[in-house]
Ligand binder design. Structure first.
Ligand SMILES: NC(=O)c1ccc[n+]([C@@H]2O[C@H](COP(=O)([O-])OP(=O)(O)OC[C@H]3O[C@@H](n4cnc5c(N)ncnc54)[C@H](OP(=O)(O)O)[C@@H]3O)[C@@H](O)[C@H]2O)c1
Length: 306
């Protein structure tokens, strides 16, 4: 296997790099900016804008990958409402560019997607449930999935996931666990929504799930998330307990009161049966992942983005 990773500066991209290094799998890390992952040797990295099909073709010809994992995206859900053109270009148009090249060279294409493809009424979604996106970001991900599904090409996989957390080098965005640990340890008070339910996903487990699909030669849609669903307020309460922070630092609020720019699905969460049966996917419980993450933070290797 020769894996071309896009978005290697991002949280998931960094964990796929880590998996490849540990398992001695050949990879080329690519991202939009300069390399910010200290584990990637410079000759394993290329800057590549996924909206530039000439740049993609040049990198593909040089590296000759057998698989491309596209983790790169505009991932800030509210920012997608504000800059819909950028969201469309990176989250949809670029997927078409990548898929076209995969088709031409017979490369397996893996696309990352989201629980936000669902409207969050039912919860506990399986791969067969119908999508109903509520926001610009969610619509862009549904459109990217449709590009693969309607392509007439069969060598692809789609991995849908749910709020991803973990450590990394110079991440451009924080994630709920890093953000809450940092704020609670400083004694800051937090306003947290209590009517949105999610299955928080340990980034290392997600990377393993993505790679198991490739290693086991699977195609199609896979739901990969943490094993338990909680309200966002419950997630932050668990973090407060873990860091021994006073629970009254957390003020709960509703989605209506919070009034986020992009509408959020109230209740997602995945049925993980397919991933467990076909991949042997076995994610850590939230509190176990929290312990590992905290040990990583204490090692002072990773910076905590604000
Ligand atoms: N994080 C979550 O909670 C979550 C939940 C559901 C689904 N997902 C999906 O999972 C995937 C990975 O998420 P993540 O949290 O790892 O993302 P992330 O940390 O926000 O990283 C995304 C990366 O995309 C890169 N990128 C943006 N525009 C690019 C372009 N034009 N060309 C090349 N690279 C570009 C950025 O690279 P530079 O840093 O080099 O600019 C950035 O590092 C995404 O597809 C996301 O939609 C994430």
């Amino acid at each position: 296997m020769r894996i071309l990773i896009t978005g290697s500066n991002g949280l998931l991209g960094q964990k796929i790099v880590k998996y490849c290094l540990i398992n001695k799998i050949s990879f080329l890390a690519t991202s939009f900016g300069e390399n910010r992952n200290r584990e990637v040797p410079s000759n394993y990295y290329a800057s590549m804008d996924i909206t530039d099909s000439f740049a993609i073709e040049e990198v593909v010809r040089r590296y000759e990958p057998t698989h491309i994992i596209n983790t790169a995206a505009i991932t800030n859900v509210d920012a997608c409402e504000e800059d819909q053109e950028l969201c469309q270009r990176v989250n949809v148009f670029a997927v078409q560019c990548l898929l076209d090249i995969c088709k031409e060279y017979g490369i397996h294409f893996q696309q990352l997607s989201t629980d936000f493809v669902f409207d969050g009424v039912q919860g506990d979604y399986s791969e067969e449930d119908p999508v109903n996106p509520l926001s610009v970001y969610a619509q862009s991900k549904v459109a990217s999935e449709a590009i693969l599904m309607n392509s007439g090409y069969e060598n692809w996989s789609i991995v849908r996931t749910i709020i991803v957390f973990g450590t990394g080098y110079s991440l451009s965005r924080s994630n709920i666990v890093l953000w809450a640990i940092d704020a609670l340890r400083k004694g800051d008070s937090l306003i947290i929504v209590n009517d949105q339910f999610r299955a928080p996903t340990w980034a290392d487990d997600l990377a393993k799930g993505c790679m198991l699909i490739l290693e086991k030669d699977k195609t199609g849609i896979f739901h990969i998330s943490g094993p338990e669903s909680f309200s966002i307020a419950e997630i932050v309460r668990k973090i407060a307990q873990y860091v021994n922070a006073p629970i009254d630092l957390i003020r709960e609020t509703s989605s209506a009161e919070l009034n986020q720019k992009a509408p959020r699905p109230p209740r997602t969460g995945f049925d993980l049966s397919k991933a467990k049966e076909e991949l042997g996917y076995a994610p850590l419980a939230f509190e176990e992942a929290l312990k590992v993450l905290d040990e990583e933070l204490k090692s002072n290797v990773y910076s905590n983005p604000q």
